[in-house]
Write a protein that binds this ligand. Structure first.
Ligand code: PEP
Length: 246
């Protein structure tokens, strides 16, 4: 699972260019392990290009709005995302938590809506620099994971994204990533009451240089890539470098 999170970047032209280059550089059989998450205004356009060229790239949304009985101006529901060709949705990205004030109550509603609409969820968790320095990182992540209780196991994966690493060009040590992923996997078994291995991806300053060593950790099931996913050559290089190792 290699996820490209474009955040609030791009244009229709860049979407077309990105998908074309991805298709040229990444072998057909390796494309289906990738999830492209452009801004929602480009999802329809991306879906059209992907399906008309028979590209095996998955489409994901960076967010969704909860199903609501009240009128919700500007909202985009899970049903609409499905209609736009999305199979995946990111929920709880730290930028949404921080800048859009998404706290547990709204995240729970989003998770429920995603599940009701059969969207595969990539639930993002991560600690702040302060929490890490105070030895509170594990506790902070366990609290975030609790929101997943009761959701269908088959729709859930998690992305561990230390907030202090996102977009900063710094990453935790490999040992530290491995340790945190292991803790998350164990916690998920208990929260979801399952023995299944829930996929946990790593996100935070992943680049063409560090992607292989991170992905080789056996507790790392995927990568969530922000900045380095914007350039289609860099993203394809990450995908190809990783698939060569498999
Ligand atoms: C992200 O947007 O989730 C992310 C991990 O960004 P970056 O790769 O730029 O750190």
């Amino acid at each position: 699972m290699i996820i490209a999170n474009w955040k609030m970047n791009g244009s229709k032209e860049e979407v077309k260019n990105w998908i074309d280059i991805f298709n040229d550089h990444v072998e057909y059989e390796n494309q289906s392990g990738c999830i492209f998450c452009p801004p929602s205004c480009f999802l329809d356009n991306a879906n059209e290009i992907i399906s008309s060229n028979n590209i095996q790239l998955n489409l994901g949304s960076q967010d969704l709005d909860p199903d609501a009985d009240n009128p919700s101006t500007g909202g985009i529901s899970g049903k609409m995302l499905k209609d736009l060709g999305c199979d995946y949705v990111l929920i709880g990205h730290s930028e949404r938590r921080m800048y859009f004030n998404e706290h547990e109550d709204v995240l729970l509603q989003k998770l429920t809506s995603a599940a009701l609409n059969n969207l595969k969820i990539v639930y993002c968790v991560g600690e702040t620099k302060e929490q890490r320095e105070q030895g509170m990182a594990i506790e902070a992540i366990k609290i975030q994971l609790r929101a997943l209780k009761g959701l269908p196991v088959n729709l859930i994966s998690v992305a561990y994204e230390p907030i202090w690493s996102i977009g900063k060009g710094i990453t935790p040590s490999l040992d530290s990533i491995h340790e945190m992923h292991q803790i998350i996997k164990d916690e998920l078994k208990s929260i979801l009451n399952t023995e299944e291995n829930i996929l946990v991806s790593y996100g935070g300053s992943v680049s063409a240089e560090n992607a292989v060593s991170i992905s080789l950790l056996n507790s790392v099931d995927g990568l969530l890539i922000g900045g380095a996913s914007l350039n289609p050559e860099s993203f394809s290089k990450v995908v190809n470098n990783i698939t060569i190792q498999d």
